[in-house]
Design a protein around this ligand. Structure first.
Ligand SMILES: NC(=O)c1ccc[n+]([C@@H]2O[C@H](COP(=O)([O-])OP(=O)(O)OC[C@H]3O[C@@H](n4cnc5c(N)ncnc54)[C@H](OP(=O)(O)O)[C@@H]3O)[C@@H](O)[C@H]2O)c1
Length: 362
């Protein structure tokens, strides 16, 4: 039996997701990289190794998509920089494997409208959303009660507020269960990542915020649950390894094998869950509020958070100053809905200006 070649445009090829995606692609001859893109790192070696003609470093990455005509776009760029390519794929009905959650959070209604017009597949790569997607497959949406997204709680789950005051960048970058790029690792430590995922889940699955719960689950074995109206809940379990959701999205609907081992339940597995602490991790609440307000509030949440995380990584602000910076920016934006991409870009820029304006000059 022959398998049709799937031409993959890999955006964010030099990152953590990008590298793991290349490993998955290399394991399946029918997956072919047709385009590679990064923000600033050169791609010549990678392009030569994979025989890729279309390459782009920085700038408007929709150009490399236009040139390469992919069957699937894996958007693994970090941050708002991924918005243009997410909208490009959704508008054209080109299958989008989405790791870049920030683009769906920021573009929100615009992205959903483009997705409806394009009519293509949107396959989540975020492990929690991939888990929800799989638990929902083939189910009648009317039977769904609610979703539960799990959060590891990050490296500071057990630290008190005074202890959080002095955490270092190195400590924030040492995630207990997942190995990821620096921005998402800090977002995991503040729980902003779970806030972004909450908004992402709202747009992906069309559920109201009150039907999406976040629970802390330190070992990250259960990735998400879907509760149904009869009292049953379906959960998705596995080792925390991004190659599983990446492979699921890239090989969909085949669910190809991966090198990730099975869970050894007989060896003993304790599953612990608890409520996130809103006092120590206010960004989750701020994300929920921004999501519920709608308009460009989620875009502003994301933009201010990107500025704050950048400032933390540069040592310009402390860990506990990230959330107030975001809260302050959210209080000052108008949050009016964006009618098109230029308006969205303006809303993003405004929130960045407001958050950046509160930082002490370097
Ligand atoms: N890592 C994970 O386990 C994980 C899990 C779930 C979701 N995600 C999501 O996946 C996305 C990527 O995360 P990551 O951990 O792979 O990040 P990462 O390791 O920091 O990699 C980011 C990638 O984006 C590229 N990039 C940065 N700025 C860009 C720009 N302005 N234009 C074009 N490309 C740009 C980088 O290129 P350069 O190397 O040239 O800077 C790099 O290839 C994020 O949205 C994250 O939230 C990640």
């Amino acid at each position: 039996m022959t398998t049709d070649v799937k031409r993959v445009a890999l955006l964010g090829a030099t990152g953590s997701i990008g590298e793991q995606a290349l490993e998955v692609i290399d394991a399946h001859p029918y997956l072919e990289v047709c385009a590679l893109a990064s923000g600033s790192q050169p791609l010549d070696e990678l392009a030569a190794a994979h025989g890729v003609e279309h390459v782009q470093v920085g700038g408007d990455l929709t150009r490399v998509l236009e040139a390469s005509e992919p069957d699937l776009v894996l958007n693994a760029v970090v941050g708002f920089a991924g918005v243009g390519t997410t909208l490009w794929a959704l508008e054209r009905g080109v299958t989008l494997a989405l790791a870049n959650k920030e683009s769906l959070v920021a573009a929100g209604d615009l992205a959903v409208a483009a997705w409806k017009r394009g009519g293509g597949l949107l396959l989540p790569v975020d492990s929690e959303h991939s888990a929800v997607f799989q638990c929902l497959e083939g189910r009648d949406r009317g039977t769904v009660d609610s979703l539960v997204l799990t959060a590891s709680g990050g490296p500071f789950r057990n630290r008190s507020l005074p202890e959080l005051e002095s955490v270092t960048v190195e400590e924030a970058l040492a995630h207990p269960t997942w190995s990821m790029g620096p921005k998402i690792t800090v977002d995991s430590a503040t729980l902003a990542n779970k806030g972004l995922e909450l908004i992402e889940a709202h747009y992906l699955f069309g559920l109201e915020y009150e039907k999406i719960e976040v629970v802390v689950h330190p070992t990250s074995v259960v990735h998400a649950l879907v509760r149904f109206r009869d009292g049953a809940a379906l959960a998705h379990l596995g080792h925390p390894d991004m190659r599983v959701p990446i492979s699921y999205a890239l090989t969909y609907p085949k669910r190809e094998a991966t090198p990730v081992p099975q869970l050894d339940l007989a060896a003993g597995l304790t599953l612990e869950f608890g409520a996130p602490d809103p006092e120590r991790f206010p960004l989750l609440r701020l994300a929920r509020e921004a999501g519920e307000k709608g308009g460009t509030f989620p875009c502003a949440f994301n933009a201010a958070n990107e500025i704050a995380v950048g400032a933390f990584l540069e040592g310009r602000i402390g860990f506990l100053e990230i959330a107030p910076l975001v809260e302050d920016a959210l209080a000052r934006v108008d949050g009016a809905p964006a009618n098109d991409l230029p308006e969205l870009v303006e809303a993003d820029a405004e929130a960045r200006r407001l958050a950046g304006g509160r930082l002490a000059p370097v």
